[in-house]
Design a protein around this ligand. Structure first.
Ligand SMILES: Nc1ccn([C@@H]2O[C@H](COP(=O)(O)OP(=O)(O)OP(=O)(O)O)[C@@H](O)[C@H]2O)c(=O)n1
Ligand SMILES: C[C@](O)(CO)[C@H](O)COP(=O)(O)O
Length: 239
């Protein structure tokens, strides 16, 4: 089944309601300028021209809704962006976004991952339509160890089975909603949406992404983000 033939529409929920504690800047990291625009605007642009994206929901801090509405007017997109307030944790922000859309498919993406390419988003979406749920990821490059509270190694998982998970993550709307509501009822807080969907027994397909789809998290990521941006502008290849 091809995406063209089933004409399945998708919404993207871009979560940008975090405080950026690890970045430590006065301004929240999603609003810092990357070249000519705030980081989250670059992120919205990555989704804007894709034919299967019918809705864009931007989830921001409650106090930031007005200025985000101004920004999306100042940097016009093809889509009308619905700007809504988020919650205390990322998971709550995603759920609030979910209540604002009823497209058959939903992609969830971090507002601070501005370098995702249209090809990667499309690959993730198409895999979800084919398989039911899909996430972007890259194989880990380092050896990863489990370490206990006293800083002793307890195990070394086989690296060949370890992937670093990114966004977007794409799901059927009904599955993601069910997964979130079950997690909420059980007081479960996950670090990504796939964890919640895994808990309701939906198999999640991993699609290989790119190492340049970074999540801007700590100060050194800002220099790397400038570097990636420059490479992309010059049309240079990135892994
Ligand atoms: N309550 C929250 C927390 C996070 N996010 C968003 O989820 C994405 C990934 O989260 P992370 O990188 O952890 O961002 P922060 O929570 O802002 O960072 P920190 O954990 O360092 O405070 C970000 O785009 C962030 O804005 C959100 O929408 N709502
Ligand atoms: C969803 C995510 O980006 C996948 O890597 C990540 O888990 C978000 O974690 P954070 O602690 O909210 O940055």
């Amino acid at each position: 089944m091809t995406v063209e033939s089933n004409n399945q529409e998708a919404a993207v929920i871009v979560v940008a309601a975090g405080r950026g504690t690890r970045m430590g800047t006065k301004e929240s990291k999603q609003y810092l300028m990357l070249e000519d625009k705030p980081i989250f605007v670059h992120t919205l642009e990555a989704f804007d021209r894709l034919p299967f994206i019918k809705e864009i929901v931007l989830v921001t801090g409650e106090q930031d809704v007005p200025r985000c509405q101004d920004w999306v007017k100042a940097y016009p997109l093809e889509h009308t962006v619905k700007v809504i307030p988020g919650g205390a944790e990322r998971q709550h922000s995603v759920y609030k976004g979910l209540l604002e859309t009823d497209c058959e498919w939903v992609l969830v993406h971090d507002g601070v991952r501005p370098f995702v390419s249209e090809a990667q988003i499309t690959a993730c979406y198409e895999a979800a339509v084919r398989e039911g749920a899909s996430i972007l990821a890259v194989p880990v490059k380092d050896t990863v160890k489990q370490v206990n509270d006293q800083a002793y190694v307890t195990s070394t998982p086989d690296r060949r089975s370890l992937w670093a998970i990114q966004t977007p993550q794409a799901f059927r709307h009904s599955d993601l909603r069910r997964a979130h509501e079950k997690a909420m009822e059980e007081g479960f807080l996950g670090t990504d949406d796939s964890m919640l969907v895994e808990r309701i027994g939906v198999p999640v397909k991993v699609v290989e992404g790119s190492y340049s789809n970074i999540k801007i998290t700590t100060p050194e990521d800002l220099d790397y983000a400038d570097f990636i941006r420059q490479k992309k502008r010059n049309g240079e290849r990135l892994t």
